[in-house]
Design a protein around this ligand. Structure first.
Ligand SMILES: Nc1ncnc2c1ncn2[C@@H]1O[C@H](COP(=O)(O)OP(=O)(O)O)[C@@H](O)[C@H]1O
Ligand SMILES: [Mg+2]
Length: 389
């Protein structure tokens, strides 16, 4: 490298080093309109304006939680005057049940950027859900923390509306299934049964009919029989009658038997014989999850077999539905497990049903197959128990 270029590079490197270490107070830039001076004070001013106008609260706190600096936004989140914020302890603004969560971030030795959600107390007893993002920093040789406070009120409200809507949607879906099943059972199925009965009566006198008419009558009887069977199966798939009367175990055994009579994957069911009746909303949810998972296995996995396994453990019921099929792609699996999948509503429906009962769902999948795992708490029966599912 030519000496001149090397010297230029050395000078540039030295300037950068001085800028980074704070040895430089100002930079002079020469241009056609003369020299311009950019001072670091100017940079401080820009940051100050930025922090004051942020949509989030920004504060620095001492290790004991004392607020050393705060922007106006935090005061507006707390709905108190700005003067009351600085010099107070941030712990005093957090609801007592959540203060440990914040303290844990301040005492975390890893020094990493940490996040948590807590509720702040506003005047009049209002609670403000916020997310805290905490960074450890050293100011003038003193250890302190920089905290960004984001108001989650709107986000939580939107989430509640969304959950209420999806809950309603699931209820409507179940009600609609019941309505269609009842309509088919009491309407078309009854009429077909009557038709079969009447055709049968004609069949008993068929010796008086010409041979061609007798053949057609036999075909009609076969067709009506098949229609009755198809419709009964459909009604059963939509709304298994045994669930309300005989409980989850019987309904699932009968459902699996029906499933195995078809050409799809052969399913084995492991259901503890000692498992007593569960609250009706729990039984309906578990049935629907198993049903949805089996439907996915049939539609997507290509697996020849599947297993449904139930276990009861420490006040919880565990359900696993596994197959040995092609598995789910890594990207889709990530989306399904985080609730961000944009296509399909089967898994989203399972997630929502599980969430409503305070449980957990996880899907594990690789090229050897897929397992849907659900864990639900067994709550004491409610006054709705015993009603039809
Ligand atoms: N057992 C499975 N085996 C393979 N892929 C599956 C399985 N279950 C779900 N998937 C994948 O996950 C996607 C989402 O499933 P789901 O939410 O039920 O929607 P849908 O069945 O309507 O596509 C499916 O489209 C499929 O790609
Ligand atoms: Mg599906």
């Amino acid at each position: 490298m030519p000496r001149k270029l090397q010297e230029c590079l050395d000078a540039a490197e030295e300037t950068l080093r001085a800028l980074r270490s704070g040895e430089v107070d100002a930079i002079v830039a020469s241009g056609p309109e003369g020299d311009r001076v950019y001072t670091l004070k100017g940079a401080d001013e820009a940051y100050r304006i930025m922090v004051q106008n942020m949509a989030e609260g920004a504060l620095t706190v001492a290790p004991d939680g004392l607020i050393l600096f705060s922007n106006e936004k935090l005061a507006s989140i707390l709905a108190i005057p700005h003067e009351r914020v600085i010099g107070s302890s941030f712990h005093d603004f957090i609801v007592p049940e959540d203060t440990d969560i914040f303290s844990a971030l301040l005492t975390d030795e890893s020094g990493a950027r940490a996040k948590c959600e807590v509720r702040l107390k506003a005047p009049g007893g209002a609670l403000v859900p916020v997310s805290l993002s905490v960074n450890r920093l050293v100011l003038d040789g003193i250890d302190c923390f920089c905290v960004i406070v984001a108001d989650l009120t709107d986000q939580k409200r939107n989430e509640e509306v969304l959950h209420a809507l999806s809950n309603r949607l699931l209820q409507l879906h179940d009600e609609e299934r019941r309505r269609i099943a009842r309509g088919l059972h009491d309407g078309a199925l009854q009429r077909l049964a009557a038709l079969e009965f009447k055709l049968d009566l004609v069949g008993q006198r068929s010796s008086k009919l010409p041979p061609a008419a007798r053949r057609i009558l036999t075909e009609c009887l076969d067709l009506v029989g098949e229609c009755c069977e198809d419709l009964s199966h459909l009604v059963y798939l939509i709304q298994p009658p045994l669930l309300a009367e005989q409980g989850l175990g019987s309904a699932l055994r009968s459902y699996v038997n029906g499933f195995n009579r078809r050409l799809g994957p052969q399913v084995s069911l492991s259901f503890p014989s000692r498992l007593s009746r569960l609250p009706v909303d729990l039984e309906t949810t578990l049935f629907r999850i198993a049903q949805e998972a089996l439907s996915n296995i049939e539609s997507h996995s290509g697996s020849a077999t599947a297993e449904i396994l139930f276990r009861r453990k420490d006040g919880e019921i565990l359900l696993e539905v596994a197959d040995h099929g092609c598995g789910i792609s890594t990207e889709m699996l990530k989306q399904l497990n985080s609730g961000r999948a944009l296509s399909g509503i089967g898994i989203a429906g399972i997630r929502e049903r599980v969430r409503l009962l305070g449980g957990l769902m996880k899907i594990c999948s690789n090229s050897d197959g897929t397992t849907v795992r659900v864990k639900l708490p067994i709550k004491p029966p409610t006054r709705h128990d015993g009603q039809a599912a």
